[in-house]
Design a protein around this ligand. Structure first.
Ligand SMILES: *Cc1c(COP(=O)(O)O)cnc(C)c1O
Length: 411
């Protein structure tokens, strides 16, 4: 991170790298290929010199975005991807091999859960544990364990992993600690502070923030010595051993699997990121106000939100996330209120999947995003059939409370 604050650094990042004509944004570079006058120069890029060759491996536009994310996460380097799932797939498939063991939080994004199922079919052993308790993570570790994976605030139940405790454990055991920081974003939390080796972000969510671009990223914090990880190919064991992991992710993950972020969405995400801190603060404040309103409402049976003192990890959230509690909430309505009927009465709130948007979005979680995983796994994740997931946006607080109030009264 520069000597400046979080938002100043993002706002002036491009300009300080020197953009043509004094432009304040890094321009979009749509070129597929990059030409050189000297064949030796072209060759040098293929042999490791910094530069561009074919856009599947990145462009000046994605590189500028990656520099911003690295600064936001106080990391050592970042690789961007077309989506958050492409970023996660790159981490798991390039760093784990058949016979390795992964310990994962049981409270994870539905598609990540599905991806870990694929990984198991490929011969990686996966154990899911309640990662809010570090003792459960520790008890799951085996001689062949290579990696521990957690999310910061889980969706839709808002469980918060023991991020610091697991970091200390991974440090002692020499395990690759991967944190999906999507629900908190680097404004509320930096994986580096918990000792993570890698921090993944879905850029489609808070960082881009406006529901109009998909992207994902993997940031290496620089804390992990990849010499201690047996799965780094010999050709990537060059330079400082703290950089090997990200090199392998970039070559085997981005280049070979091809989930590359195009210049146009990279630009949109970079513009969105300029207001990340402002948007998140507003959304978190809205969420806290809405949760306090809903928890008192007779039409609501339960509110899952870390800002409420009744939340099991309320204190942990207060310590870890800059005094904020995120902007995602799970709501269970009182017996006798039909959740579909309630949802249909909302008018400001949009009925849609996605989260981390400027707009407030709601959907019945068990029937949609967690439908495919089945009733048994949903029960393990604490997802009741009536659970409504709400991603709170930056609307005017009174309008949101009024919208929920009307819908509850009508239903
Ligand atoms: C959305 C999301 C992802 C996947 O990101 P995409 O950009 O949609 O592929 C991964 N993890 C979490 C926690 C998410 O919310």
């Amino acid at each position: 991170m520069s000597k400046h604050g979080f938002t100043t650094t993002i706002l002036h990042g491009d300009r300080r790298q020197g953009v043509e004509h004094g432009a304040v944004h890094k321009p979009m570079h749509p070129s597929s290929e990059y030409a050189y006058k000297d064949a030796r120069e072209l060759t040098a890029v293929f042999q490791g010199k910094s530069g561009f060759s074919y856009a599947r491996q990145g462009t000046p536009t994605t590189m500028a975005l990656e520099a911003k994310i690295t600064a936001m996460e106080s990391g050592a380097g970042t690789v961007s991807f077309a989506t958050g799932m492409a970023a996660l797939a790159a981490i798991f498939t390039t760093l784990l091999r058949r016979g390795d063991h992964l310990v994962s939080s049981q409270y994870i994004f539905g598609n990540t859960n599905s991806l870990l199922g694929t990984l198991q079919e490929l011969g990686v052993e996966v154990t899911m544990v309640d990662a809010t308790d570090v003792a459960q993570v520790e008890a799951a570790i085996r001689p062949n364990t290579r990696m521990v994976f957690v999310e910061t605030i889980a969706n839709p139940g808002t469980q918060i992993a023991d991020l610091m405790g697991i970091g200390a454990l991974c440090g002692r055991a020499g395990l690759v600690y991967v944190i999906d920081n999507t629900l908190t974003s680097p404004w509320l939390f930096k994986g580096r502070d918990a000792g993570a080796a890698l921090v993944m972000n879905s850029l489609s969510k808070y960082i881009g923030g406006h529901g109009h671009a998909l992207g994902g990223s993997v940031t290496d914090t620089g804390l992990f010595d990849w010499k201690g990880h047996p799965n780094i190919f010999e050709s990537y064991q060059n330079g400082p051993s703290t950089t090997w992991g990200l090199t392998q992710i970039k070559k085997k993950g981005l280049r070979d699997m091809g989930g590359t972020l195009a210049a146009e969405p990279a630009h949109r995400i970079a513009v969105g990121a300029e207001t990340l801190a402002l948007r998140m603060d507003r959304a978190c404040a809205n969420a806290l106000a809405l949760s306090r309103y809903l928890v008192e409402h007779p039409g609501v049976a339960r509110v899952h939100y870390p800002g409420l003192p009744s939340h099991p990890q309320h204190v942990r959230a207060g310590e870890l996330f800059r005094g904020r509690h995120g902007a995602l909430m799970g709501i269970e309505l009182a017996e006798g209120i039909d959740c579909f009927d309630f949802l249909n009465r909302l008018s400001v709130v949009a009925l849609a999947t996605h989260l981390g948007d400027t707009r407030t979005l709601a959907l019945p979680a068990a029937h949609t995003i967690y439908y495919e995983m089945g009733a048994q796994r949903r029960a393990q994740m604490g997802i009741a059939d009536s659970l409504i997931r709400v991603s709170i946006g930056i609307e005017d607080e009174a309008d949101l409370i009024d919208d929920f109030d009307r819908a509850l009264r009508g239903a």
